[in-house]
Design a binder for this molecule. Structure first.
Ligand code: FAD
Length: 415
């Protein structure tokens, strides 16, 4: 078997792998990216958060993305019955980006990868990692199969596993553990949005809350296509019969707000169903490797945090890898695992409190409290490490406590 050597092997060319490669390449570190599929390829995860703009900017990937003219996302709208809760990213507690994009990921990820290739980064498409062996000093030999099915080896000083749902190292090293999140599933597709209304109504990203556990996303792209997806308990997804196309068509009819706009439209592809999408691992790093993005942990799509964690973890770990390769000591537990876990745990609380109904009580309570809204908005923009925000610092209690107060007030008013 032939063999090549590199400093860092990156598995996967999604946003996580690309941000990692961009940073390391700029530091003069030799990287090789191996990507199982041929780009452009479809992947779900189309609504970004302002926080990830910081990451793309820091590694110099913002300009190539701006040139694509993706649909700007200045906030997000949540609907329940007749109540609208609209978050505007320019009105948030934490300073930072007040907009981001809603993107077809095939184009978005391909833009990132092509920009890296232009800069001289070695990305091998249709090359799949099939095995890895680690030595005591953390260096490794990875076996990769190319499109022709031929195997070769890559010797690396360090591996970044950014393989997303491929979960390469969690599978090969037995690092998977059951997620603490409730078992939820999703079904989604794209439509040519022929009845899209003019103006903001047509382009605004919206989460239509069908009941406490079930919601419907509408993510319009600048190319006239709109992403539609339902999320709910497995029982909800299973309560519809037929093919994924038939089930999705029936689900669209359950949205009072959107059924007129989307019923009767053909789907761009047969709807895809992902069951039990939440993932977790026993550890985020080991001797000679780190897990970033979805390969490490995925909570839930409700607040669109996936890509932002993918790029945050990629950038944070790339900086530590550069330090380590320069001979400095890195405390991976403190500088990586603890840091990432802090942000993930803030979002975990918000996801959990969404499905307990407590966060929905806050979102749809009227009149709105502008200060509270700004603080929650900063969390929804991805600024979950800002401890000046009480909705970050006290995340474990604050949502539940406020919802309790609102419910008590309502009870008293009804007496
Ligand atoms: P990916 O983007 O998945 O990239 C991983 C790459 O690794 C892939 O290209 C894959 O081909 C490659 N790969 C896999 N195995 C191998 C192998 N053996 N060898 C080589 N390469 C390999 N996130 C958001 O931010 N916003 C959203 O709106 C959103 N909606 C979602 C909706 C649903 C229903 C679900 C389930 C998730 C959603 N997410 C969302 C999460 C989002 O999909 C991920 O968090 C994001 O794509 C992670 O990026 P990544 O770079 O880690 O992985």
């Amino acid at each position: 078997m032939s063999s090549i050597s590199t400093d860092v092997l990156i598995i996967g060319a999604g946003p996580s792998g690309c941000v990692s490669a961009a940073y390391l390449h700029r530091q003069g570190i030799n990287v090789k990216v191996v990507e199982k599929s041929q780009f452009p390829r479809f992947v779900i995860g189309e609504s970004l958060l302002p926080r990830c703009m910081d990451h793309f900017q820091e590694v110099g990937l913002l300009d190539c993305l701006k040139a694509e003219g993706f649909e700007v996302k200045p906030g997000a709208r949540f609907l329940r019955d007749d109540i609208v809760c609209h978050f505007d990213f320019s009105k948030k507690h934490t300073e930072g980006w007040d907009w981001t994009w809603q993107v077809p990921r095939a184009d978005f990820d391909n833009t990132l990868a092509q920009e890296l290739i232009k800069r001289g980064v070695d990305i091998a498409f249709q090359h799949e990692v099939v095995d890895v062996i680690f030595n005591d000093d953390g260096s490794s030999q990875t076996t990769i199969k190319n499109a022709e099915g031929e195997a070769y080896q890559v010797k690396a000083k360090f591996i970044v596993d950014s393989s997303g749902y491929g979960r390469v190292l969690p599978r090969l090293l037995g690092l998977d553990k059951p997620s603490s999140m409730p078992e939820h599933s999703s079904i989604f597709t794209h439509v040519n949005d022929l009845k899209r209304p003019e103006g903001k109504e047509g382009t605004m990203i919206t989460f239509d809350v069908l009941d406490k556990d079930t919601w419907f996303w509408v993510i319009p792209f600048s190319n006239g296509i709109t992403s539609l997806g339902f999320v709910g308990k497995n029982e909800f997804i299973d309560s519809f019969e037929g093919t994924t196309t038939e089930r999705m068509k029936q689900m669209i009819e359950t949205s009072e707000y959107y059924k007129k706009r989307f019923s009767g439209l053909d789907f761009e592809f047969d709807p895809i169903c992902i069951r039990n999408y939440s993932k977790a691992v026993t550890k985020f790093y080991g001797n000679g490797f780190v897990l970033t993005g979805n390969s490490a942990e995925f909570l839930d799509p409700v607040f669109s945090s996936g890509v932002t964690f993918a790029t945050e973890s990629a950038l944070c770990s790339a900086k530590l890898i550069a330090k380590q390769l320069q001979g400095e000591t890195v405390d991976w537990e403190k500088e990586y695992a603890d840091y990432i876990t802090y942000g993930v745990d803030v979002f975990r609380t918000y996801v959990e409190e969404w499905y307990t109904g407590n966060l929905q009580t806050l979102f749809f309570h009227r009149p709105e409290n502008p200060d509270i809204k700004k603080q929650i908005c900063a969390v929804l923009a991805g600024y979950v490490w800002d401890k000046t925000n009480p909705f970050v610092r006290k995340h474990k209690r604050i949502v539940a406590n406020l919802a309790h107060l609102i419910n008590m007030e309502k009870e008293q008013a009804n007496r």
